[in-house]
Design a protein around this ligand. Structure first.
Ligand SMILES: Nc1ncnc2c1ncn2[C@@H]1O[C@H](COP(=O)(O)OP(=O)(O)O)[C@@H](O)[C@H]1O
Ligand SMILES: [Mg+2]
Length: 342
């Protein structure tokens, strides 16, 4: 694939704590880890010949305004995942970029709003007859009462937080007392509502999608735990996501999912329908469970997922024939051509 010939003036926008250094020489893996995505994106864009201006923000939009005035970028490469410590505020920053008439990479504000709320997104998908787990939402400070139709086992998690915050094996509950305890734990840990979802036993499968109108999907990717203790649920707990020693102990690998051609086609079409139904744009990773009967249930859509080299999203696209520079190039083009809903 031919990359963009034109060299762009790019602002890379990120959390102020995650602005990477120019070089990683002499640094250890654990030092690099927190800002690895920011570094990989920045270094690759520079290697592609673009002019990159890193901008870190926490809660001051003035920094963005100043940078837009000073740099006059062709595009903002958006890697923000929160603003002022609030995960839902990232959509407002993208809205602000739209108000400033700046082009940006990744998802539009409407898609971010719909996808970040794990209940709202499921309500929309249910309208489109896309399989999702049944669920109930419990906001902090209200009585926790399970709707009688919502049957155990359930998995309790945060309605809006990412990265498996508050998810451990004990998150899969089989009675009201255990459910209540996990709901309270989520409230304490996150200050956000909890969602209790029908637990879907089966395989854990991710699909990467890139595009605005014409969509490209990756090979389905599977999380496999080869040494899971007998009877333990095969879920992506927070420990599994963040603790390397635990990953090794559990025999964790992520790899292309072996699916028969019909299942593969079905999942591919489903992924595109979900992406469109949630008004996503740019790129996203969709997290599914494949039930023991072979039915795919969407757990959540992740617009603007982690773009680190070697992480699931980039790996899955690579195995679909799109290398890292080509992927970033595609993301830039999609941002440049996105015209929004207005
Ligand atoms: N309804 C469910 N049934 C089975 N497993 C679930 C369910 N909800 C979440 N999980 C497990 O918890 C993990 C994290 O949940 P997810 O909704 O993807 O939140 P996060 O934003 O933290 O990734 C999933 O990857 C899956 O392993
Ligand atoms: Mg997830």
């Amino acid at each position: 694939m031919k990359l963009l010939q034109r060299k762009l003036n790019i602002i890379t926008l990120m959390h102020s704590d995650l602005v990477p250094p120019e070089s990683i020489e002499g640094l250890k893996e654990k030092d690099i880890q927190p800002w690895k995505m920011e570094y990989d994106v920045q270094a690759t864009l520079q290697n592609m010949g673009h002019h990159v201006h890193p901008v870190g923000i926490y809660s001051d939009l003035g920094i963005v305004t100043d940078a837009l005035d000073r740099v006059k970028p062709d595009i903002v490469f958006n890697m923000l995942e929160e603003f002022d410590g609030q995960v839902l505020f990232d959509q407002h920053v993208v809205s602000f970029l739209e108000l400033k008439r700046a082009r940006y990479t990744g998802c539009n504000p409407r898609g971010l709003t719909l996808a970040h709320d794990k209940a709202l997104s499921k309500k929309i998908l249910a309208y489109h007859r896309i399989p999702v787990p049944a669920f109930a939402v419990f906001p902090p400070g209200r009585k926790v009462k399970r709707p009688p139709k919502l049957a155990f086992p359930l998995l309790v998690k945060s309605l809006i937080d990412e990265g498996s915050v508050g998810i451990s094996r004990a998150s899969v509950v089989s009675d009201d007392v255990a459910m209540m305890e996990r709901v309270e734990l989520i409230h304490r840990q996150t200050n956000n509502p909890a969602i209790a979802e029908q637990y879907i036993p089966g395989r854990e499968i991710y699909v990467s999608v890139v595009g605005n109108e014409r969509l490209q999907t990756s090979n389905p990717w599977e999380l496999v735990l080869e040494h899971l203790p007998e009877g333990a649920p095969n879920i992506a707990t927070s420990r599994l996501k963040w603790d390397y020693a635990h990953q090794t102990k559990m025999g964790m690998t992520t790899r292309p999912a072996e699916l028969d051609p019909d299942q593969r086609r079905n999942l591919d079409q489903l992924s595109k329908r979900i992406y469109r139904a949630l008004h996503l744009s740019g790129y996203a990773r969709l997290d599914f469970r494949m039930s023991t009967e072979g039915r795919f249930y969407l757990l959540e859509a992740n617009p603007n997922p982690c773009l680190s080299l070697g992480e699931d999203f980039a790996e899955a696209m690579e195995s679909a024939g799109m290398g890292y520079a080509a992927l970033l190039d595609r993301i830039l083009r999609l941002g440049l051509s996105y015209r929004g809903v207005a």
